[in-house]
Design a protein around this ligand. Structure first.
Ligand code: TRP
Length: 369
């Protein structure tokens, strides 16, 4: 029914730089997403958005705002989640993700994803699910009172997000690896059980792409940049806010002439990520190691680099923020287009899994496009 290239079903977990976007004439599809919980910061940029930007020209791309997953995190503040959907999309537009090239979608705008989640849940053993290290770590950090079935099951909903629109590539952080492995297991099981013939409808095994840099430390040197730790620099930060954050960055207290250590130096780890001139940076590092180069000089340089990167982003964001109707249109268009695809997938899955076939009274919904 669908003729997927075999290569997409016999691939490895990791997508590598240089792997092709078109395989045997088949255009590969990106499906990736984020939970909306406030404005985005530099950690999102380095760990995710940069890679999405790199790929949006070559891949058929869908970027998902995971509002259902955010709700599982912020049960007490649905209003915050709803507002955050806009904030996230504004940040996406501001960094240059392009709705002419990619579909921007809202998770709860496609109820068929939830339907698919429930069917996929029949393919996942509880013990296997509960071994997921990312989920385990997240649940351990949560108070018992905050743990819901919805949160517990979100990795399966994530598999539906990916497979519903037939995504086969997920650029995402390293922490998402277990979810992609789960998605592959679901696809593999579905294919083995319900798609015995080459002409049957079947799923690709999605690959993950984590890119080169991966993770940015927080301004306090903590392993992770996160809003709850208060160690972020927002993509929408003003030059003054940037200066302040950089000034407050943790850096060693030493006499100017003392030799310095570059490894583990927060400011240097940012310069590694954001200073364009690598030769100049190398010279600077050598100077710092010899001694005589002050923390203030480094911080001024970083503040300038970041302002140069973020100023156009902030300006673009302000422009888009003035046109809320456009933002709404972008989400509606992307979500509608993707919904058509997911509805098609769901029909295949229902029929392959042998669900009772009722004439769908709402069928017309899907043919409006
Ligand atoms: N779980 C992801 C996160 O916490 C968000 C997400 C939801 C996602 N669905 C997805 C990521 C599908 C990639 C693909 O950031």
């Amino acid at each position: 029914m669908n003729q997927l290239p075999r290569a997409l079903q016999e691939n490895e977990l990791y997508f590598k730089d240089g792997d092709p976007a078109v395989v045997d004439g088949y255009q590969r599809r990106i499906l990736t997403g984020m939970r909306p919980s406030g404005v985005l910061h530099l950690g999102h940029y380095v760990g995710a958005l940069k890679n999405w930007l790199k790929f949006q020209d070559q891949f058929d791309s869908t970027f998902l705002v995971a509002d259902l997953h955010a709700l599982a995190d912020h049960m007490d503040s649905p209003e915050f989640v709803r507002q955050s959907v806009r904030e996230v999309v504004l940040d996406w537009l501001a960094v240059g993700l392009n709705p002419q090239k990619a579909d921007f979608i809202v998770q709860t705008g496609i109820p068929e994803l939830e339907n698919l989640t429930v069917l996929f849940e029949t393919l996942v053993k509880l013990a296997e699910h509960q071994r997921n290290p990312t989920l385990k770590a997240e649940m351990e950090r949560m108070d018992d009172k905050d743990k819901t079935v919805s949160f517990h099951n979100y990795p399966i909903s994530q598999a539906a997000d990916i497979l519903g629109p037939m995504g086969d590539l997920v650029p995402a952080g390293q922490d998402q690896q277990p979810q992609i492995e789960l998605t592959r297991n679901i696809a593999r099981r579905f294919n083995a059980r319900f798609a015995p013939h080459p002409s049957d409808f079947s799923f690709p095994l999605p690959q993950i792409y984590t890119g080169e840099v991966g993770r940015l430390v927080g301004t306090d040197g903590n392993d992770k940049m996160s809003k709850t730790l208060g160690n972020t620099i927002d993509l929408s930060a003003t030059p003054d806010q940037i200066k302040k954050k950089v000034k407050d960055m943790k850096s060693p207290v030493k006499a100017l002439s003392d030799p310095g250590v570059v490894g583990g130096h927060v400011v240097f780890s940012y310069l590694d990520a954001f200073h364009d001139d690598s030769v100049e940076l190398q010279v600077l590092k050598e100077h710092y190691v010899r001694g005589g180069l002050g923390e203030g000089t480094l911080k001024d340089m970083l503040a300038r680099d970041l302002a140069r990167l973020l100023e156009p982003i902030r300006e673009k964001r302000m422009e888009f923020a003035k046109r809320p109707d456009d933002l709404e249109d972008i989400l509606r268009t992307g979500t509608r287009r993707t919904r058509v695809r997911v509805a098609e997938t769901l029909e295949h899955v229902r029929s392959a899994m042998g669900m009772f076939q009722l004439h769908d009274p709402f069928d017309e919904r899907y043919s409006r496009d």
